[in-house]
Design a protein around this ligand. Structure first.
Ligand code: AMP
Ligand code: TRP
Length: 321
């Protein structure tokens, strides 16, 4: 039997190459030999400040990125979380068996509440976020959840909630596991390599958006922080900045990191960065082209989401029942 896979992204604004390399790119490779459902997690996105005007547009754009990146609606179920009420319903049930302390200990909650505490308050929805995420995963009986490293802790919680539920009420859920892509599970910010690349970053120089123009990409890579010693070598501990750039270069060019190290031995950062920028631009070009095509036909994108959400609801409702 094919393994079942579920994952999703919050439509909270523009997606960056960290989202692509850490998550979406591996999803595309899974759709042929797995049963896959990918969601646009709008109920999660409203746990942090957002602009209601832009919100609808963000859902559409996220769907367009999914399709432009190569997710094929004939093989993949693309759904919108709020269209499938079973998610919220199962989250309620799971919430009755989640100790408060486990939620308060979640790294993402601690980070986000530190940020938001100064900006006007932390909502209960932010604390309960991981419960809803567990419901997302368990409703589809997912075996594997391909995400970046920052989400692994949440998948762990989903697994322990499934275990707890199965023990108490009888086996209802498959136990899920995070599926991490070793090299790309944590793409770092270009302007501050100890931090992960994030769209909530104040500084747009920290991330490259999937929709950034070639000139913007060149500029951001040119400005990217490098390490003190001039050597181009992969050593994430000692040289976090250049190692991050090597990972990005390798992913977009398809050239292995050791080969890149050899071909830039003795060369300067300027030349390396110029070539890296061209590799990213070329790597994103097909995606950007499809994205622009989809922009002229948003009705068909909404139709994909409607169909996918209906299919997803049928599976989710069966589990919930
Ligand atoms: P988010 O934008 O937080 O909804 O994340 C969507 C997906 O992208 C999740 O699977 C994250 O783990 C992944 N992701 C986000 N930022 C990064 C990053 N800097 N490196 C690798 N993966 C990431
Ligand atoms: N919390 C995830 C993130 O920020 C998004 C998400 C919501 C998700 N529900 C999920 C990811 C279920 C995987 C499975 O990236």
């Amino acid at each position: 039997m094919k393994k079942r896979v579920f994952s999703g992204i919050r439509p909270s604004g523009d997606l960056h190459i960290g989202n692509y390399l850490g998550a979406i790119k591996q999803w595309v490779g899974l759709q042929d030999d797995h049963e896959v459902v990918f969601g646009i997690m709008d109920l999660h996105a409203i746990t942090t400040p957002h602009d209601p005007e832009k919100f609808r547009r963000n859902t559409l754009e996220t769907a367009m990125v999914y399709l432009a990146a190569g997710l094929d609606p004939a093989k993949t179920t693309l759904m919108v979380q709020s269209r499938v009420p079973a998610h919220a319903e199962l989250a309620w049930i799971l919430g009755t068996m989640t100790p408060l302390g486990e939620l308060e200990r979640m790294t993402q909650f601690k980070e986000k509440s530190r940020e938001l505490g100064t900006k006007g308050g932390i909502m209960a929805g932010l604390l309960n976020y991981p419960i809803l995420m567990a419901a997302d995963i368990l409703l589809y009986q997912a075996d594997a959840v391909p995400v970046g490293e920052d989400q692994a802790q949440h998948v762990e919680l989903a697994r322990s909630l499934a275990e707890r539920f199965n023990n108490r009420y009888g086996k209802a859920f498959t136990l899920p596991q995070a599926m991490l892509q070793k090299d790309t599970a944590r793409i770092m910010a270009l302007d501050d390599p100890p931090k992960k690349m994030s769209k909530s970053d104040e500084n747009a120089r920290g991330y490259i958006l999937l929709t950034d123009s070639p000139d913007a990409i060149r500029e951001k890579i040119k400005a990217a922080v490098t390490d003190s010693e001039k050597k181009i070598a992969f050593a994430p501990e000692e040289k976090p900045a250049i190692s991050n750039l090597l990972v990005i270069f390798s992913e977009f060019s398809g050239r292995p990191i050791p080969e890149l190290e050899r071909s830039y031995a003795g060369k300067g950062y300027a030349e390396f960065k110029a070539d890296l920028a061209e590799a990213v631009i070329a790597g994103l070009a097909p995606l950007q082209e499809r994205f622009r095509e989809l922009e002229t036909d948003t009705d068909s994108v909404f139709a994909v989401l409607r169909g996918g959400s209906e299919r997803a609801a049928a599976v989710a409702n069966k589990t919930l029942a």
